[in-house]
Design a protein. Sequence first.
Length: 328
Amino acid sequence: MRAMLFTGVGRPLQLTEMPIPEPGPGQLLLKVHACGICRTDLHIIDGELTEPKLPLIPGHQIVGSVVAAGPGGGRFQSGARVGVPWLGSTCGTCHYCQSGRENLCDVPRFTGYQIDGGFAEYTVADSRFCFPIPAGYPDLQAAPLLCAGLIGYRSLVMAGEGPRLGIYGFGAAAHLVTQVARFQGREVYAFTRAGDAAGQEFARRMGARWAGSAEQRPPEELDAAIIFAPAGELVPAALRVVRKGGVVVCGGIHMSEIPAFSYDLLWGERSLRSVANLTRQDGEEFLALAPRIPIQTEATAYPLAAANEALEDLRRGAFCGAAVVVPG
Ligand SMILES: [Zn+2]
Ligand SMILES: [Zn+2]
């Protein structure tokens, strides 16, 4: 099969021919139809996440069809379309796994990080961590639901139920979360980089009531804000625009250093929290909700061999919505 291989920080992914993997116990062999690109892939390639297996096939938003199953991996029928998310396996026995918080497992393994992912024609995955893909969702639209959508959804739940929601960084996760928030009857206020008129226009088209730059004050006080952009200076900026009792949620896996800020910004029972990974329950809830809205994913497709170009386009903010690698 062909795969895009990460061999070390500072090197572009390499198009490589390698054997199709064999499904081990509990695993599925999947033919990859589409694999979404995520900012986390950039954090791995740039060395900000420091524990990848090497060499590594990145990619953790995989839509594929079942080709074969290893012993005990027969949870899905041959040909079924399944999704593989970032959470690749957990220990099942630690304090967190035992208390319904497998997203915080002490010894987790992540797809496209410690386990080979979906920038390839085939992949294997633990069937217990795969989700059925809702019927009728095209592969290209479904792939970004598996991380951008899912972790976005978990961030939205953590933001509470307040009606006025701010979102900092209007990329893949934000455009999906906006649709969920609008479906729930909330107003969305979108913050982009200064001068990003296209991003602000995109946010309004997705249903944001207001869009402006991260330095601006929105026309209303907000109940909560989610920060998807990996920029620490957005934390005090977001605290400044949420009301007393409001919540600021950091939805990314990595962020630049947060500058010191006055306690006044946190005072008034404002809270600040991060969101880490996902649980299988998040996945089941979100993938049941997505077709009811229905969430429309704005996705740009790249051939497998153009994965480096897709990653650089993500870095530059060259597309609106999500990017998806299509091996076929
Ligand atoms: Zn991701
Ligand atoms: Zn665990």
